[in-house]
Design a binder for this molecule. Sequence first.
Ligand code: ZN
Length: 510
Amino acid sequence: MEVLESSYKKLMDKVKNLLIFQSAVSIIHWDMETMMPPKAINIRSQQLALLSAIEHRMSTDPEIGKLLDNIMRSPHYEELGHIQKRNIYLIKKQYDEQTRLPEELVAAIAKQRAITTDVWKKAKAAKNFSMFKPELEKLLELEKKAAEILMEVKQTKTPYDALIDIFEPKMTAEAIAKVFGELKEGLVLLLRKCEASLKKPDTSILQRRVPIEIQRKIAKELAKTVEYDIESNTAGGRIDETEHPFTTGYYDDVRITTHYHENNFASSIFSVLHEAGHAIYEQNLNPEWIYQPVGTACSSGFHESQSRFVENIIGRSKEFWSYFLPKLKEITGNILSDVSLNAFVHAVNEVKPSKIRVEADEVTYCLHIIIRFNIERDLFAEKISVGELPEIWNQNYKDYLGLTIENDSEGVMQDTHWASGLFGYFPSYALGNIYSGQILVQMEKEQANWREQISRGNFSPVKSWLVNNVHRYGNLYDPADLIKKITDKELDVKPYIKYLEEKYSKLYDF
Ligand code: ZN
């Protein structure tokens, strides 16, 4: 038992160092996006290259393999607690994957991702897919090689499943296709009802000019409302500005960014709420598990369930705005003084098919994801080729959303994910919405008056429910087990569709 205990302790010390190291690297990335002066880019790339080489060495240290062996072969292994066993499982999974991928392949992928991302930016600006195509083809070949290796290590059925597993452990394309089929059916039906309604929101109120300085004040007030502390002397958060909003950090230092548009103030409102949802999750992982693999988020889908919960289920609800609209009017002076609660709530919940995923409403958002998922799966199954992407993309947008894509920049080249090698990530966005619907049903059972609390600006009961029932579990379970633990149900689309149906039938009178 003593040998086992000392091996476990040594292993956890190594992992602790790695997690601290990674959190330092993430701050350097954050600085690069928010604060770094332009001239620093060369020195910064060298810093990042060195840091990533060190990180690779740390995470593939043969000593980790030896310690894992000692632990797993110990006659006392079964005496370990389930948290310790989960840590070992997560470390072994990561270690096996990292060590099985040949270093040359990892380096080639990193290099090609940088090239493809760079070319994607230029091709997108030039609306020219043929510029992007050869680099994406090269990247896809490399990613396929890695996926085939990972398929063996992870023992998945297909290479694409191995990629999905990176973001949503144990999830498969087959399981996703099944829930997405049901999701699509429900969403298309809802979309038709909203489109058929004669009641349309006046969205021009959202285009009224709100100076950036005032929008910064709104962001602060929003953070305060959802209890994402950026102001007190014990604050663990802050808000900075970047072109694309993101969240980064761990436990007591979790930062978010937003982007202010003078003629679209709602954009920063919902990005702040979205990112604050991510941040609150990271800040409220079990404090006893800091620097352990169990003390990390469950999956990308679960992360998204928390951001979408705060952004949409809370932040686009009538109750939230019955509290916040008077505040918004106060902060913005006379800009919105004539706007009624109903008009505002309908405007921020307009349902309208759009070409751009990140601008999509709650009803059409997942349709964008389903399109991307089908394409990715077929790419990796070699049913379609990179050259066919624009045509397939445009046909799908016609079929699903009734839209005509004019050029590939508003079509297949709109997102950075494929250019930066994030294949297998897209399904997480829709899974996050599905989880959020199931989580809402459960929360309503235990916090029946949450809407009333929110309408008084009291986010505390909702937040502590999420902390105790979602965040605190960290990475103790795989997503399928966690949703079961929280809701006592398997992954199920119906609660999300029901939530949308109830909300939009009121807004659109159907
Ligand atoms: Zn997000």
